[in-house]
Ligand binder design. Structure first.
Ligand code: NAD
Length: 283
């Protein structure tokens, strides 16, 4: 079992992953290139856990122990003795490759490197590493503690034992590990493309508003969230990166053509919930 987990990237996903494993009894160190992002994530986790305690879902002693297991790491070198490193940084191939190269020079030879990428090829991320067999995808969903599924993705050179260790860790934390091959969008973001891109197409054609589309799809198809609510939660920046990545990986198959509606919103800083406005306002 893993004894100490380093999470790199303290945004929406990193903070959730850190909280999940600290709650499951594992020591977690949380890092980000921006110090304020670490502090905000830890404050968010504390608030969330205290709210759970106030509702009786977590005992006082358990709350204190969980918070004690969740610590900041001001630098990457502070992660040197972690046996599992999970990255949840920006969705950019070169940034992820550079980070894994840096980590390989720091951590033990048998430490596992996992990526929370939504859409990049795990094999391509691993191709920059000296030991691609220790690299796997570990793809969580937002919000991590509540979405009880994680894709465990085997790159072309991933050691099958690494997959089994990650799957066992997911189960220890109460999540279902969906073992998935390294194909474009894996399983969830491949199937989920249609939900988002068709809704964006309907909006671009002026057929209906985001609120109408969300309401109709939510209430008729049984989804918990409408496509625009989901895009705002995931973030328009992450959504755009996923749309473009899946489109490229399927060699510009027109079925996956990204919508032109997202780029201008990104340029205007409308990233979704995290910036206070996306397709909806949250202020
Ligand atoms: P986010 O923008 O909320 O957070 C990313 C964090 O990474 C930021 O705090 C940023 O400062 C930090 N960062 C960027 N580059 C860094 C580096 N080189 N070193 C250290 N820290 C760095 O993003 P997010 O929504 O948490 O997404 C993170 C990753 O998880 C992406 O790969 C994304 O595709 C994936 N993902 C996102 C979702 C979602 O719903 N948002 C779901 C599944 C997977």
């Amino acid at each position: 079992m893993f004894k100490r987990i380093g999470v790199i990237g303290s945004g929406a996903m990193g903070r959730g992953i850190a909280q999940l494993f600290a709650t499951a009894g594992v020591e977690v160190l949380l890092h980000d290139s921006r110090r304020e992002a670490i502090d905000q994530a830890l404050a968010y986790n504390r608030e969330t856990l205290e709210r759970a305690a106030a509702r009786g879902r977590l005992g006082r002693a358990e709350l204190d122990a969980t918070l004690a297991r969740l610590q900041p790491a001001a630098s990457l070198t502070a992660l040197a003795d972690c046996d599992l490193l999970i990255e949840a940084i920006v969705e950019d191939l070169e940034a992820k490759q550079a980070l894994f190269c840096e980590l390989e020079a720091l951590v033990a030879a048998d430490a596992v490197l996992a990526t929370n990428t939504s859409s990049l090829s795990v094999t391509r991320i691993a191709s920059a590493c000296r030991h691609p067999e220790r690299v796997a995808g570990f793809h969580f969903f937002n919000p991590v503690p509540l979405m009880k599924i994680v894709e465990v993705i085997r790159g072309e050179r991933t050691d099958p034992q690494v997959i089994e260790r990650l799957a066992a860790l997911a189960e220890q934390a109460g999540h279902f590990p969906a073992r998935t091959p390294d194909s474009p969008g894996f399983l969830v973001n491949h199937a989920g493309r249609a939900y988002g891109t068709e809704a964006l197409r309907i909006l671009a054609e002026g057929v209906a508003t985001p609120a109408q589309i969300d309401r109709i799809l939510r209430d008729s198809l049984g989804f918990r969230m409408g496509p625009f609510e989901l895009i705002d939660l995931v973030g328009l920046d992450v959504t755009q990166a996923v749309m473009e990545s899946v489109y490229r990986q399927f060699y510009q198959d027109p079925r996956y053509t990204p919508s032109w509606l997202v780029a201008p919103r990104l340029a205007a800083g409308l990233l979704g919930r995290k910036s206070g406005q996306g397709f909806y306002r949250y202020l």
